[in-house]
Design a protein around this ligand. Structure first.
Ligand SMILES: CCc1cccc(CC)c1NC(=O)n1cc2c(c1)/C(=N\C(=O)c1ccc(N3CCN(C)CC3)cc1)N=N2
Length: 310
């Protein structure tokens, strides 16, 4: 709760506490309060994914705002993804971290499943990447976001979860320029040595997955390297319009660094995009290029805030 309240002005904190007490409350028989869609007023649509739509919604009594993700059971059954959604719910409801989108509660009726999620008011990160000058972020901004994703992934690994589907489309941005890892549909509990059915974008797949070999949590370090490269360059390093070529490039680490990239960034990324001996997530968070970049980004934002405040 404290981290949810951190950005909330004093006078609004009480209704939120009431709502959270209701969430954690139990009736006389110890049964937790059962939420239904009637507890919420549905608002503007925020976005849509393959299996769901997300709307702004407001809890009737506390006026607490949530992002309500609505999925149709029939669609999930047809797409054969019910198990994934249940795993997403089970995993995301347990994870509590400032850079992981909170699943506040969930419920269902005869035809739909509802996930009441934390709001990220700046939406999908990849839209900000595409709209940035030259379709790429500067090094301080890329370093800060890389730090925050590493922090979230490290927390996941400490909780025996690997995300496995890291990409800009699955990351949301808040109004305080913080990232939120969302969409744990492909996450899994470690140790997880089963083969993963290939799906989604190939650009982020590590060599061990491309070759169908066994893999461990370090796949998330590889994906973090690809993500950081995409922040800095605007596209992932092995991208091509032919999946066979993408596979080959991944297997042979056939990539190049554009001239605008600093030596610190290149050296950092090459510590992640490699077959063996990827640097750990803690080493990512203590890397000089990452730490200095993050400090510069936060100082720039503070400067902008002071300017606005004048
Ligand atoms: C159902 C949608 C879906 C499917 C699959 C995976 C995911 C996670 C990324 C999701 N989204 C999801 O779960 N989401 C959970 C969420 C969430 C999505 C969200 N915000 C937005 O989607 C959003 C979009 C655009 C936006 N504006 C666009 C125009 N700008 C000028 C101002 C800002 C502002 C907010 N907050 N919590």
């Amino acid at each position: 709760l404290p981290h949810l309240l951190k950005n909330v002005p004093e006078e609004h904190q009480e209704p939120i506490k009431q709502m959270c007490l209701k969430m954690m409350s139990h009736d006389a028989y110890g049964k937790p309060y059962q939420w239904t869609s009637r507890d919420f007023e549905m608002g503007a649509p925020l976005g849509r994914g393959k299996f769901g739509r997300v709307y702004l919604a407001r809890e009737r009594h506390s006026h607490f705002m949530v992002a309500m993700k609505v999925m149709f059971k029939e669609e999930l059954r047809k797409g054969n993804v019910q198990r994934q959604v249940l795993r997403e719910i089970e995993i995301q409801s347990r994870l509590k971290h400032p850079n992981i989108l909170r699943l506040l509660t969930w419920f269902h009726d005869e035809s739909r499943i509802y996930l009441a999620l934390e709001i990220a008011s700046e939406g999908e990160l990849f839209k900000h990447l595409r709209n940035a000058p030259n379709h790429r972020f500067d090094e301080p901004r890329s370093a800060k976001y890389t730090y925050q994703v590493a922090n979230a992934l490290n927390y996941c690994h400490l909780n025996n979860v690997i995300h496995r589907d890291l990409k800009p489309e699955n990351i949301l941005l808040t109004s305080s320029d913080d990232l939120k890892l969302a969409d744990f549909g492909w996450s899994a509990h470690t140790p997880h040595n089963k083969r993963k059915t290939l799906c989604g974008t190939l650009d982020y797949l590590p060599p061990e997955m491309v070759k169908g070999e066994y893999y461990d949590a370090s796949v998330d370090q590889w994906c973090l390297g690809i993500l950081c490269y995409e922040f800095l360059v605007g596209n992932p390093p092995f991208e091509s319009n032919n999946s066979e070529i993408t596979y080959k490039k991944i297997k042979h680490l056939d990539m190049h660094y554009p001239s605008h990239m600093s030596a610190g960034a290149k050296e950092f990324i090459s510590g992640l995009i490699r077959c063996e001996g990827r640097i750990s997530l803690v080493e990512v968070m203590t890397n000089p290029w990452v730490k200095e970049g993050m400090a510069i980004r936060n100082a720039q934002l503070q400067q902008q805030k002071n300017e606005r405040g004048k």
